[in-house]
Design a protein around this ligand. Structure first.
Ligand code: GUN
Length: 295
């Protein structure tokens, strides 16, 4: 068997068409342009690429994008002051602080400082808590993107054995919670494996749907999965550069061996990555629309 390739690039394109329509409506009916502020501290090359992609996506869709790049040695106090200003800026509906932050800055304190109504990353504890109990809130972009990839590819999660590898706050834990929700895009039986799991293969072989987000290449290889599994690879690992100096990217899954057994698999790049960005755009539009309701 050779797997169907689930293209995040194509599905994200489909969602962008829907978002464009929503933005046009907000502008025409309400004179409202959604605005997103992205804050980058320092100049980590990968973070710079991600922030640049978000800015480009905003520009393509007609979302106002305010990119703020702060020096690596900025004081935490000054970053908190900037967040406070953005919280009070009526042209900004969504605020995203790119992670990771430098060591001297307390990440939790920074995330807590963002107005939950502008927390389009879905990282503020108010939104995390609402997500866990199934209340309406901003869903974190990558986990939400994973759910959309599955549903828009016709993969049913209800009653499925979903196995997640990786327990990060950004991916593993929220995917676990979303998959458990009592609704059609959830209703799965979920297992979460991590670095202290005794026998990861035992679990990955039982999976109908396998979601891998460990941050390490080849975490899952062909001998660790069963025929017919659907695989979502969340990883983006830079393993070198081409002769033209372009980064070579691989996921957390050994694509070539796993695709021989899988029914469907996401590629890297072109799988989850484009979905993360489009879900951020969706949250930003939702944040702008929520403002109309709260007025
Ligand atoms: N760093 C890696 N992934 C993310 C993300 O989804 N949001 C933010 N803010 N930073 C990240």
């Amino acid at each position: 068997m050779s797997a169907k390739i689930i293209s995040g690039t194509e599905i994200a394109k489909e969602i962008r068409v829907e978002i464009k329509q929503e933005i046009a409506e907000l502008k025409e009916k309400h004179g409202l342009t959604p605005g997103l502020a992205t804050v980058l501290v320092g100049d980590d090359p990968a973070s710079r690429v991600y922030v640049g992609q978000k800015d480009k996506s905003c520009n393509n869709l007609g979302i106002y994008s305010k990119m703020i790049n702060l020096p690596e040695d900025i004081a935490e106090e000054d970053l908190l002051k900037l967040i406070d200003e953005l919280n009070n800026d009526s042209s900004i509906h969504g605020i995203l602080v790119q992670l990771p932050l430098p060591e001297h800055i307390n990440e939790t304190r920074v995330l807590y400082a963002i107005d939950p109504n502008k927390d389009v990353d879905g990282f503020h504890p108010v939104n995390v808590g609402k997500m866990v109990i199934g209340e309406k809130c901003f869903l974190p972009c990558t986990p939400h993107g994973v759910l959309e990839l599955l549903s828009r590819s016709g993969v049913k999660t209800e009653g499925a054995e979903v196995v997640i590898v990786g327990r990060s706050n950004i991916v593993g834990k929220p995917v676990l919670n979303l998959m458990l929700q009592k609704r059609p895009a959830g209703n799965a039986t979920v297992t979460l494996c991590h670095t202290r799991t005794k026998d990861i293969s035992f679990h990955t072989k039982r999976a109908d749907i396998l979601i891998v987000a460990t941050g390490h290449p080849k975490t899952v290889t062909g001998d660790m999965v069963s025929e017919g599994v659907v695989v979502i690879d969340v990883g983006v690992n830079r393993i070198g550069k081409t002769s033209e100096g372009k980064a070579i990217l691989v996921g957390d899954v050994e694509f070539d061996s796993v695709k021989e057994k899988a029914a469907a698999i996401t590629p890297v790049p072109g799988g989850v990555g484009p979905m993360t960005i489009v879900m951020l755009m969706k949250n930003t539009v939702e944040a702008a629309r929520n403002k109309l309701v709260r007025k």
